[in-house]
Design a protein around this ligand. Structure first.
Ligand SMILES: [Zn+2]
Length: 233
């Protein structure tokens, strides 16, 4: 009886809805049909014929047939016994499917995966932005320096041009490192711990592209830490 009392409201409402739908003759009794099919499949799993199940419940096999075709629902008086014979819970019977922890786990897993993908995509976009800002700035800066060095012009103009190019590259570099630091993680080569270093740790670290020589906060060792998009694989 305890199990009966523990039924989730969602499932309790199923037979009520069916009756309601029937009375209004608008929607087919989908849930009842689902429950019927579920009863049939569980019965077969248990290796019972309709007659055998009916015998064990002390009812006619016509009643079992009516459940299985969705024409009626087993009444609450024999539901517990029926569920016991079918190896399912009342909750499962009324929802017309097995409710397993795995379903919830799977759903949670899917949500987690979607969230991870979103974060990954956001980080990828940020790193793309880093290139889109840094690359033109570096090229423009280099062109300015080359022009200043090669083209005939007054000395003050050369100085202004070079100074402008350097300041621009510097500012863009700071912005780019900011983006890089915030997008994703750096992975330690020793213990594979993934970290987000502070801005200055990132900025002051020696680097080749986005691979930076930094100390791992986990194992304390220095290594060339690679940029990764997610906290875990
Ligand atoms: Zn480490």
């Amino acid at each position: 009886m305890v199990e009966w009392l523990n039924i989730n409201y969602r499932y309790v409402s199923v037979p009520v809805d069916c009756r309601y739908a029937k009375a209004r003759k608008e929607v087919p009794d989908m849930d009842q049909i689902k429950i019927g099919k579920f009863i049939a499949s569980c019965r077969k799993e248990q290796g019972m014929t309709q007659a055998v199940l009916a015998g064990k419940l002390g009812i006619s096999d016509r009643a079992v047939s009516k459940w299985e075709t969705g024409k009626s629902l087993p009444d609450s008086g024999i539901m517990l016994k029926l569920c016991e014979l079918l190896g399912i819970s009342v909750n499962e019977l009324l929802s017309g499917e097995r409710i397993m922890a795995e379903i919830y786990d799977k759903r949670a897993e899917e949500n987690l995966l979607a969230m991870k993908k979103e974060v990954e995509e956001k980080n990828r976009q940020m790193l793309k932005t880093e290139y889109m800002i840094a690359l033109p700035a570096v090229i423009a800066g280099l062109v300015m320096v080359l022009v200043a060095a090669l083209v005939e012009m007054p000395v003050w103009l050369r100085i202004v041009l070079i100074a402008f190019a350097l300041v621009m590259i510097l500012i863009v570099a700071f912005v780019a490192v900011r983006i890089e630091q915030k997008a994703g993680y750096y992975e330690c080569q020793h213990c594979h711990h993934r970290q987000v270093p502070t801005y200055w740790q990132t900025n002051l670290a020696m680097h080749i592209g986005r691979t930076r020589y930094m100390r791992c906060p986990e194992c304390g060792k220095y290594s060339w830490q690679k940029k990764v998009l997610t906290k875990e694989d």
